[in-house]
Design a protein around this ligand. Structure first.
Ligand code: ADP
Ligand code: ASP
Ligand code: MG
Length: 781
C-alpha cells in the first residue's frame, strides 16, 4: 500500500547533483509502493514552450537551436548519472524522441501538450533508471495512462481504477507530473506548475497518508524567500490561505493542488530537497492554525472588465486557460486579472461583453487574516507612495488585498513592503526553562520588559519548564499570574513531549531560554534547533561541550538562521561577551583575557586575611548562599574553567575543556567522597590556603583565583588556578564577590580594558538574560 506521494519540482531536478540528492531523499523517506511524482528538470518546460513558440512562428533556425539546448541538457544529466547498458538505452530513447519532435516540427504537425510532456517523461525515466542503478526496485510510469481528463474534466472513477491497477505495490513508482490524456489518448496538461496537482490527485486515488512537495525553499514563507532574506517561514498554514496564495499565482503551490484533498485526512507538506532535515510547512485544515500574513507578486497582468458572467463560466475558463484568474467584483461589475499571454483568448471568448481596462500591469497581493485586511490595505497604499509606485487598480477581496501598479515589484520594493506590512505582525514565543533563583526573577521582570520588546516584535511566554513539570500554553502565559496557572495547569512531561510541542508551536519565531544548570537539558539544544528555536543560555554546559558537538550545534543553528546568546554564562550581567565580540568585529585582535570569573571564589579570596580560617569563611559563604550546595564545585575551579572556555571559543579558538590547565583551590584529598565526609577534613583545606597565603604575604602579594588565556603568535595558553598578585594589581583591589575581566588586545596593549562588577546574583543575572532576549527581539525585527 502506498503511504506517501513525494513530488519533486523542476528546481529539485536541475542538475545531476540534484538528482543524486533526490534519490537520497527517496531512499530515506519512502518504501515500496510509494509514489514519486516528478516535474521536468530545471527550466525544461520553459525551453519546450520556447520550442513551441518557434514552431508557431515557423522559425526553423531557432527551433533547431532550442532542440540542441534540450539535447545537451538531457545528455549531460544522463551521462553523469547512468552507466553501461542503462545509459546507452536511455540515450537512444532520447535521440529517437528528439528526432520525432523535429520531424513533426518540419512537417507542421507538432502538438503543444504532447511536446511539453517530454520534460516530465524524461525526468521520470531518468530518475527511475538512476534508482534502479542504485539497486532500488523502481518503475517509470507515464501519467497519460493513469489520468484521463477530457476537456480538462478529470474522470475520477476511471482514474482511480487505473491507478490501483498500474501503480506497483512492490516498487517505487516514478510518475510524470503535469500531464494526462483525453479519451482519445491525446496528451493534455494540467497547467503550468501542475505537477503539484498531479501529486494530490494520485494521493486521493491511492488513499495515501501524506503528500510531500519537495522544492528549493524550506516551505511556504511570508514572501518569496529568494527575493527577501527576512521572509518568514511558516510551519503551518491553513488550506484556505494556501489555496488563496495559489489562486493569486504564487508558484509554491499550484492553484488546484488543494482540491483533491478536500474531505480527506491526507497530510500535505512543503519541504526542501536542498535541506531534507529542515522542518517544512504543513498545510493543515481550517482551524488547525492561525491565519498568517503573506505578500506575493504579480507580473505582466491585464485587467479585463466583464459586464455579465454566466454561471460556471469562470470555472470553465480557468480549466480551459489553466492559469490563475483573479475575479474581482467591483460594485457588480467583474474585473478579471489575468496573465497577459491569456488575455487575447479571454477577450475573444467574451466578445462584446468585455473590455480591456489595464494592460501589462504588475503589483502584488497581500493575504492576511480577514479582520486585519483593511488596515493592511491602508498601509499598502502608504507603502506605495513611499516607494513612488504608481497604483493602477486596487481591490479588497475575501482574505486578500490586491494592488496593481505600473512598475514591476523588484526584490527591494518587495522587501520594503514586506517589512512594512508584516514586520509588526510577527510573534516570538518564549520558553523559559529553570525557575530557580534567577528564573523566577527573570519571569518577574518580564512584564515590565514587554513594552520594550514589543517595539521590535510581539512576545509571548508560552512555556515554563521545571525539571519534571511543565506549564504550556500556546496562547501565552500571563507572567504576572504564572504561579496560579502553574498550580492549576502544570503537568509532568518527558523531553520528547516538550520537543514535539515546540516543533508544533505555531509562531514565527521561538526561543528556548535555558536558565537551568542541567547538563541533560543542554543536550537537547540540537533538537531545539531542529524545531527552529533560537537559544539563550545562562547554562554553561552546551558552550563547553566537546568541540565536535559544539561545532555541529553552531552549524545547525547557522543553517537555520537561528541565534544563540549566552551572555550570562560568563560574568552574569557583565557585558564581557559583548565587549569581546565588539573588539573583534571592529578589527581588533585580543591577545589576553584574564581575571577573576567566580563570584564565590572572589568573595572567599578577598575576605581571607588569615584572621579567620579559610574553612570558616567557606561555611559562612555557604550559609549566605554564595556557594553551590556542594562548595567543592566552586573550589575545584571547574566552573571557572568552563567560563574561560566559553570566552576562548567566543574568540574563535578551538579548545576543549581539558586544554585549559586547571588547579583547584583545595588539596586533592578533598575531592573524594561526599561533602559531608569532607567536612571532617577541612584542616587540610585551611593548611593548603594558609601556606600559600603566607608565602604570598612575604612578597607583599595576595591570593586570587584567576583564569588566564594568552594568545601570542598563534600560541594559545590557558590556565585556571590560584595566583599571588601584587597589592597594586587590579585583581587585588577587587570588592568581595565581584568579577573582573582584564582584556589586552592590539588596541589595549599596555593599558588593559577592564570590566568589573558583580559577577553573580539573581537580579543582575536575570537582567543579563533580558538583555539577550532584547538583543534577539531587535535582531528579528
Ligand atoms: P518547483 O520547481 O519545486 O515546483 P517552483 O519554482 O514552482 O518550484 O516554486 C518554488 C519557488 O516559489 C521558490 O523557489 C520561490 O522562489 C518561489 N516562491 C514565491 N513565493 C514563495 C513563498 N511565499 N514561499 C516559498 N516560495 C515562494
Ligand atoms: N513542468 C511543468 C511546469 O514547469 C509542471 C511543473 O513544474 O509542475 O510548469
Ligand atoms: Mg512548481
Amino acid at each position: 500500500m502506498a503511504k506517501v506521494v513525494h513530488k519533486f519540482g523542476g528546481s529539485s531536478l536541475s542538475s545531476a547533483a540534484r538528482y543524486h540528492a533526490v534519490a537520497n531523499i527517496v531512499l530515506a523517506h519512502s518504501q515500496a509502493g510509494d509514489l514519486v511524482v516528478v516535474s521536468a528538470a530545471g527550466k525544461t518546460t520553459d525551453t519546450l514552450v520556447k520550442l513551441w513558440q518557434t514552431f508557431e512562428q515557423q522559425d526553423l533556425h531557432s527551433g533547431m537551436d532550442v532542440i540542441s539546448l534540450l539535447r545537451n541538457h538531457q545528455q549531460e544529466l544522463i551521462q553523469e548519472l547512468l552507466s553501461g547498458k542503462r545509459k546507452a538505452q536511455v540515450l537512444i530513447q532520447l535521440e529517437q524522441e528528439l528526432t520525432q519532435v523535429w520531424q513533426a516540427f518540419e512537417q507542421g504537425n507538432l502538438q503543444e501538450a504532447a511536446l511539453l510532456a517530454h520534460g516530465e517523461l524524461w525526468s521520470a525515466r531518468l530518475l527511475s533508471a538512476y534508482l534502479q542503478q542504485l539497486g532500488v526496485e523502481a518503475q517509470a510510469l507515464d501519467a497519460r495512462q493513469l489520468l484521463c481528463a477530457p476537456q480538462g474534466q478529470l474522470l475520477h472513477r476511471v482514474n482511480e481504477q487505473q491507478c490501483q491497477r498500474l501503480i506497483g505495490a512492490d516498487k517505487i513508482n516514478v510518475i510524470t507530473g503535469f500531464i494526462a490524456a483525453d479519451q482519445q489518448g491525446q496528451t493534455v496538461t494540467l497547467g503550468r506548475n501542475g505537477s503539484d496537482y498531479s501529486a494530490t490527485l494520485f494521493a486521493r486515488y491511492m488513499d495515501v497518508d501524506e503528500v510531500c512537495i519537495w522544492t528549493d525553499t524550506q516551505g511556504v514563507f511570508s514572501t518569496d524567500p529568494r527575493k527577501v532574506a527576512s521572509a518568514q517561514k511558516y510551519h503551518k498554514i491553513c488550506r484556505a490561505q494556501a489555496q488563496l496564495l495559489a489562486a493569486l499565482g504564487n508558484p509554491v503551490l499550484h492553484a488546484k493542488t488543494l482540491s483533491p484533498l478536500h474531505g480527506t485526512n491526507i497530510k500535505l507538506a512543503v519541504r526542501s530537497s536542498y535541506d531534507s532535515d529542515a522542518l517544512g510547512t504543513e498545510v493543515v485544515r481550517e482551524g488547525g492554525c492561525k491565519h498568517k500574513h503573506f505578500i506575493t507578486t504579480l507580473a505582466q497582468q491585464d485587467v479585463i472588465k466583464v459586464h455579465q458572467l454566466e454561471q460556471g463560466e469562470l470555472e470553465q475558463l480557468r480549466r480551459q486557460l489553466q492559469t490563475s484568474l483573479i475575479a474581482c467584483d467591483v460594485k457588480g461589475v467583474w474585473h478579471l486579472v489575468v496573465p497577459q499571454q491569456h488575455s487575447g483568448e479571454l477577450l475573444h471568448h467574451f466578445g462584446e461583453r468585455a473590455q480591456l481596462l489595464e494592460s501589462n500591469v504588475n503589483g502584488f497581493a497581500l493575504v492576511a487574516p480577514q479582520r486585519e485586511l483593511e488596515k493592511c490595505q491602508q498601509q499598502v497604499k502608504q507603502g506605495l507612495s513611499e516607494l513612488n509606485l504608481n497604483g493602477r487598480f486596487s481591490y479588497l477581496g475575501e482574505g486578500y488585498s490586491l494592488q496593481l501598479t505600473d512598475e514591476e515589484i523588484g526584490a527591494d520594493s518587495l522587501g520594503y513592503l514586506h517589512q512594512r506590512l508584516l514586520g509588526a505582525q510577527r510573534q516570538l514565543a518564549v520558553v523559559v526553562a529553570g525557575l530557580g533563583n534567577v528564573g523566577e526573577v527573570f519571569v518577574a521582570q518580564f512584564a515590565q520588559q514587554l513594552a520594550r520588546l514589543r517595539q521590535h516584535i510581539d512576545v509571548k511566554v508560552v512555556a515554563l519548564v521545571r525539571s519534571e513539570t511543565l506549564l504550556f500554553d500556546p496562547c501565552g502565559i500571563d507572567t504576572e499570574q504564572w504561579q496560579t496557572a502553574w498550580e492549576q495547569n502544570a503537568q509532568p512531561y518527558t523531553h520528547d513531549e516538550l520537543l514535539s510541542r515546540l516543533a508544533q508551536l505555531d509562531y514565527e519565531h521561538k526561543v528556548v531560554i535555558d536558565i537551568t544548570a542541567s547538563e541533560a537539558f543542554s543536550q537537547l539544544y540540537p533538537q531545539f534547533a531542529k524545531a527552529d528555536c533560537h537559544l539563550i543560555s545562562a547554562n554553561k554546559y552546551a558552550g563547553t561541550a566537546p568541540l565536535v558537538w559544539y561545532q555541529s550545534l553552531k552549524q545547525e543553528l547557522a543553517q537555520r538562521n537561528l541565534q544563540w546568546r549566552y551572555n550570562t554564562s560568563v560574568g552574569a550581567g557583565l557585558p564581557i561577551n559583548f565587549a569581546l565580540a565588539d573588539l573583534q568585529n571592529s578589527g581588533d585582535r585580543v591577545t589576553r583575557v584574564q581575571g577573576v570569573f567566580s563570584g564565590t571564589l572572589s568573595w572567599l579570596c578577598s575576605q581571607y586575611d588569615g584572621s579567620e580560617s579559610f574553612s570558616q569563611l567557606l561555611l559562612k559563604a555557604q550559609e549566605l548562599g554564595f556557594t553551590e550546595p556542594d562548595p567543592r564545585e566552586d573550589l575545584s575551579g571547574r566552573d571557572v574553567q568552563r567560563k574561560l572556555l566559553i570566552l576562548a571559543r567566543e574568540l574563535g579558538l578551538e579548545l576543549e575543556l581539558n586544554d585549559i590547565e586547571l588547579s583547584a583551590l583545595m588539596p586533592s584529598q578533598l575531592a573524594a567522597g561526599t561533602w559531608l565526609e569532607c567536612q571532617g577534613k577541612l584542616d587540610a583545606l585551611d593548611e593548603f590556603v594558609a601556606t600559600r597565603a603566607q608565602q604570598a604575604a612575604v612578597e607583599q602579594k595576595v591570593l586570587r583565583y584567576n583564569a588566564d588565556l594568552r594568545i601570542e603568535q598563534g600560541k594559545v595558553e590557558a590556565k585556571v588556578g590560584l595566583v599571588a598578585v601584587p597589592t597594586s594589581d587590579p585583581l587585588a583591589g577587587l570588592q568581595p564577590g565581584d568579577n573582573i575581566f582584564v582584556v589586552n588586545s592590539n588596541w589595549y596593549q599596555d593599558n588593559a580594558l577592564v570590566i568589573q562588577g558583580p559577577g553573580a546574583g539573581k537580579e543582575v543575572t536575570a537582567a543579563g538574560v533580558h538583555s539577550d532576549l532584547y538583543w534577539l527581539a531587535s535582531k528579528l525585527s
